[in-house]
Each structure stands twice: as structure tokens, then as C-alpha cells.
Design a protein around this ligand. Structure first.
Ligand SMILES: Cc1ncc(COP(=O)(O)O)c(C=O)c1O
Length: 367
């Protein structure tokens, strides 16, 4: 007789669990973690102070509606706080969207090198992930539209995308939206929006404000430096906000995340400092690594994708081992279907210069 035991819904066991960027290098005294797109500058000092102040009230539940945080986000972006939902990281919101809008047999589209969480949340909701090919490591609107079927319910678009660092112009996003049936939800994941300095880019606020099937997800984990606290937010049409509020955990944010988030979003100076540092060093890394003869995909985010040759001894895997031995930890991108690349987060000046020096030595090695 077959032993009876609980079984998860179809799809769950097909999920390849998310493997975060490495954070250790055995035997190395000093580690430079450049594998998770964290800011090298840390959070605003005001956010740290707000976090610490929460230590005196740990017995109290947080405000389940995060009203003060939503009001602060609303002030920062000129948005109606009623149309904002906060989550324990934007990952939480991506899961909630999948659970609210996908049922068994539905399809959700993401692009070839799209963020890894999309197939995970899709399978977790019993639906099928459909991959739309990219062009030049960039989402291709025509390919996404060609992948739409009667079963499609969500299109996930990371804009800018992780790990490629490329983005679509607002005109292209609008064209994508125009081509989608009204019952398909377009999820604009703008985790890296704050780093983009292109006039033709828009994170999605206008499209959300003027349509019924678009949401924009944002995070406090990147430019705000609050990844440890798990804090994200979503701006959407009232009916989608209502659906997500019905299924989210009633206390899905901690009080300390709420307090630090408010302080962070109000510290414009810190955000500008972080953006300026990022732009300067991203361009420097792109140029200098390019001069070594390695291809670097032009990025608008806080990381760059470095492509390695296939020649024995000089592959991405070899480079990863060489850099790790020096305490420089980059992100392997094989799970993103980029086996011959590594993703490098823009670090401190010291870390950036060390990476360049190490890559020079790596390529100079006889093989
Ligand atoms: C494209 C993209 N979206 C969402 C996230 C999730 O961010 P968090 O859950 O920390 O808010 C990340 C994190 O790396 C990301 O790269």
C-alpha cells in the first residue's frame, strides 16, 4: 500500500529553490561581497537611528496597515497612499500577486534572463512560466506579445532587469501594455529604478495611474540599503490593492522596517549621494573592465554583467574561483541562463579597484 502523506500543489516540487549570492570565501581574511546588489554605502544614518528607537517597544504589534510609511511614500512620489501596499520585501509582493491572480493552468510570462523569482512564484501558484526571448540581453516587447495566449494572466517585467542591467524605454513599456489583453496583469518590477538616469525611462507610475491592469513594485533593499529589514512596496489600481490587502499577512511588516523606511525615503540627500557614487563607479567599471577585453553589458542599475571567454582557464567559472580566492565575491549567473558571465555589484572605491586589479591579473595568467 502506498504510504499516504501530504502533497504540495502541482508545480511546487518543480521549483528550483532560489540560491542567494555567495557571501563567504573560506580562508580569506577580508571579504568584499559584491554578489547581492546591496549598496556599499549602507542606509541613511537617520534610518539606523529610527530602527534603534524601536528597540524600546518590541512588545507592541506593528501598524498592520503601515499607514505612516504609505503616507511617506505617497509624499515622496506624489501618490495616493490608499493605492500603495507594503510587503516584506518586494519578493513578498511578487508572491502575493501570483497567488491572487494565477490559478492552475494559467501562464505567466517572463524574459529569458529575467529575475529568478518570477518562475518561482508562478510555479508556486500552480501556473506555468513561459519564457519570452530577449534581444541583446534586453526584454523584447514583440517576443513578449508573441508569447501571450488565452491562458496568460501575468507578464513580469523587471525594468531595469537583474542580472543584465538593461531597461526598456517608457515608450516600449507603453507599447507592451497596449498589446496586452485587459485581463493580463503587467507587473513592472522597478527594484533598481532609483539608479536609472535616462530621460526615456519611467518606473511605471504614470502607466499604473492611467490603467486597470498594471502594478509597479519597488524596494527599500537597494538604494535605501535596508535589505536586512525586508521592505518593499507596490503601487496599483484600487481593485488590485484591495485584492492584495485581503491576502497579505495582517502584520507583514515589522515596526522597525516601517520606522526605518520612513526615515530612508525622506533622506533625499543620502539617496542622491548613493546614486552619484553608483553612476560614477558603474561607468568606471564598465569602461575599465571593457579595456581589459571583457564584454560588459551596459547597465543602468547598480551592477554590471561581465561576459567571459570560453577559452579554458579564462571562463566565468575560473574567474569566479580566482576572484573568490582574493575575497572578491561576485554573483554566478548560470541559473539566469548566463553560464559564462558574472554579475558584479558596484562597490566601494576600494572594492571596485580591487576587482579591476584582480581581473587584470586573472587575464594575464598563462593557461
Ligand atoms: C529585479 C528584482 N526584483 C525584486 C527584488 C527583490 O527585492 P526585495 O525582496 O529585497 O525587495 C530583487 C532583488 O534582488 C530584484 O533584483
Amino acid at each position: 500500500m502506498t504510504a499516504m502523506r501530504p502533497m504540495p500543489r502541482p508545480g511546487v516540487l518543480e521549483i528550483e529553490a532560489y540560491v542567494p549570492g555567495k557571501s563567504t570565501a573560506p580562508g580569506v581574511a577580508k571579504i568584499y561581497k559584491l554578489s547581492s546588489n546591496e549598496t556599499p554605502l549602507g542606509p541613511s544614518p537617520r534610518a539606523i537611528a529610527a530602527y534603534k528607537a524601536c528597540a524600546d517597544h518590541l512588545e507592541d504589534y506593528p501598524d498592520g496597515s503601515a499607514a505612516d510609511l504609505r503616507a511617506a511614500i505617497g509624499r515622496a512620489f506624489g501618490l495616493d497612499p490608499e493605492r500603495i501596499v507594503c510587503g516584506a520585501g518586494s519578493d513578498d509582493l511578487l508572491h502575493l500577486l501570483a497567488h491572487a491572480y494565477l490559478v492552475d493552468g494559467n501562464e505567466a510570462i517572463h524574459t529569458t534572463h529575467g529575475f529568478l523569482i518570477y518562475p518561482i512564484v508562478t510555479l508556486g501558484a500552480g501556473a506555468k512560466p513561459v519564457i519570452a526571448p530577449e534581444k541583446n540581453f534586453t526584454a523584447d516587447v514583440d517576443a513578449i506579445l508573441a508569447a501571450v495566449t488565452k491562458k496568460t494572466r501575468i507578464v513580469f517585467l523587471a525594468n531595469p532587469n537583474n542580472p543584465t542591467g538593461t531597461c526598456l524605454s517608457f515608450d516600449e513599456v507603453r507599447r507592451l501594455h497596449r498589446g496586452l489583453p485587459g485581463n493580463v496583469l503587467l507587473v513592472l518590477d522597478a527594484a533598481y529604478a532609483e539608479y536609472v538616469q535616462r530621460n526615456d525611462y519611467e518606473a511605471g507610475i504614470e502607466l499604473v495611474a492611467t490603467s486597470e491592469n498594471v502594478v509597479m513594485c519597488r524596494t527599500f533593499s537597494k538604494i535605501h540599503g535596508l535589505a536586512a529589514l525586508r521592505l518593499g512596496w507596490m503601487f496599483g489600481p484600487a481593485h488590485i490593492v484591495d485584492a492584495i490587502n485581503r491576502i497579505r499577512g495582517p502584520f507583514n511588516l515589522t515596526s522597525s522596517a516601517i520606522a526605518a523606511g520612513i526615515a530612508a525615503i525622506e533622506d533625499i540627500e543620502h539617496q542622491e549621494y548613493a546614486r552619484a557614487h553608483n553612476t560614477r563607479w558603474r561607468e568606471w567599471l564598465t569602461g575599465e573592465i571593457g579595456k581589459l577585453g571583457l564584454k560588459v553589458t551596459p547597465s543602468v542599475a547598480n551592477f554590471v554583467l561581465i561576459h567571459f571567454p570560453e577559452a579554458r582557464g579564462h571562463t566565468a567559472k575560473d574567474a569566479d574561483a580566482f576572484l573568490t580566492a582574493r575575497g572578491l565575491i561576485l554573483r554566478q549567473t548560470t541559473a539566469y541562463k548566463l553560464p559564462n558571465a558574472l554579475r558584479l555589484t558596484v562597490g566601494t572605491e576600494e572594492a571596485n579597484r580591487l576587482v579591476l586589479g584582480a581581473l587584470k591579473d586573472f587575464l594575464a595568467q598563462p593557461v
